[in-house]
Design a protein around this ligand. Structure first.
Ligand code: PMP
Length: 367
């Protein structure tokens, strides 16, 4: 049998494994930070309506510049993220993963490097590899906040072309203070200058304001967002960035023509008409997240402060064994490979009860 490594693939891909959160069929799935609430019925109807309309012109390519969608995304951010942005500040793609890929294709690439502070979202390193960009892991404190001084030193030493800051961070849930972003931005400008990407995929779940206002007067700062989490639309595949218009112009150099289908654009526009309802679910999820933190602590676990729709809990001598034991009780959580810790996504109250029951049960067994 031919294996991958028997093929003439790029040297740096040999022996590597693809991104792969297990998609297992179990009663309670709390492992990929999805929103547990299906879209409301009136939004489903509106999507059907708008897609039906789009279907009438599917013989034509979609709006290559997605102007209507970018205008509505700009209006959404202006309303919710504390800073006015316009269509020329916005760019959209198939999930924020594609946004990150386009940024790395434009600002990274062979002979260039990207840095992120680990543990963080593993795709930052994987998309770097996929685009031929070297990856440099940066440091964090014991409590998973960014060690500003060590980070500044790492940036000065390695002079990366792209710096990722994830806030709230995945898998730890840790929010990054605006002062930290500014300190790292200054360090990155002094070292290179480089592009600083703030990945705010979980921004809507944070106790703190968005970092969006920081893009003002900082043309090398990019904010990345997604409709996969707060909008409950992971299946839609819609991510977007906000930045100086020059950054939007720059990613045009690498984006595929007509990358965002008419069906995607129509669906996203329908969802944006229902932001008030969807943000209502976000409030419910934040309350459930806070309940998970409180109850896990009451059970006796260590829990990392969370500003996201998930919670990192521990500590375990063998986190993977505990992951399996929770799975044996019908609940799928995530082992992100952070030694001693597991991550659980905030689900519906019933799903969270099932998870807490499994954890209590396990704790009793061990005591
Ligand atoms: N950034 C972070 C920090 C994430 O956790 C995720 C999804 N897990 C993404 C980006 C990508 O999300 P999507 O491509 O669905 O927008």
């Amino acid at each position: 049998m031919t294996g991958i490594d028997d093929l003439p693939i790029r040297e740096e891909l040999k022996g590597k494994t693809p991104y792969g959160a297990p998609q297992l069929d179990v009663p309670v799935r709390l492992n990929t930070n999805e929103n547990p609430y299906p879209l409301p019925e009136e939004l489903v109807d509106r999507i059907a309506e708008r897609v039906r309309e789009a279907a009438r012109t599917l013989n034509r390519y979609p709006d290559r510049d997605a102007v209507e969608l970018r205008t509505e995304l700009a209006a959404y951010l202006t309303k919710t993220a504390g800073h006015p942005v316009a269509v020329e500040n916005l760019w959209a793609a198939n999930g924020s993963n594609e946004i990150l890929q386009q940024l790395l294709q434009t600002f990274g690439g062979p002979g260039r490097t990207a840095m992120g502070f680990e543990p963080s979202y593993s795709m930052h390193a994987l998309i770097s590899r996929g685009t031929g960009t070297g990856w440099i892991p940066g440091p964090r404190n014991e409590d998973f906040t960014i060690d500003v001084e060590a980070a500044q030193q790492a940036i000065a030493e390695h002079r990366p072309d792209v710096v990722f800051i994830t806030s709230p961070n995945n898998p730890t849930g840790t929010a990054v203070e605006a002062d930290t972003v500014l300190a790292l931005y200054e360090a990155a400008q002094a070292a290179k200058p480089s592009l600083v990407v703030v990945d705010e995929a979980y921004g809507e779940f944070s106790h703190r304001a968005s970092l969006l206002p920081l893009i003002e007067g900082r043309p090398h700062l990019v904010l990345s967002r997604t409709m996969s989490k707060a909008f409950g639309a992971a299946g839609l595949r819609l991510g977007y960035l906000a930045a100086d218009p020059a950054v939007v112009d720059a990613v045009q150099l690498v984006r595929l023509p007509y990358h965002l289908s008419s069906v995607t654009q129509a669906t996203a526009l329908a969802a944006l008409e229902h932001t008030d309802t969807l943000l209502g679910y976000v409030e419910a999820l934040k309350a459930e997240r806070d309940r998970l933190v409180a109850e896990l602590r009451a059970i006796g676990h260590e829990v990392t402060e969370s500003d996201a729709n998930f919670v990192q809990f521990g500590r375990f001598d063998d986190a993977h064994a505990v992951w399996q034991q929770i799975l044996d009780r019908g609940v799928l959580v995530r082992d992100n490979g952070v030694p001693g810790w597991l991550r659980v996504t905030a689900g519906t109250p019933d799903e969270n009860d099932a998870f807490l029951e499994a954890v209590r049960d396990l704790k009793k067994e061990r005591d």
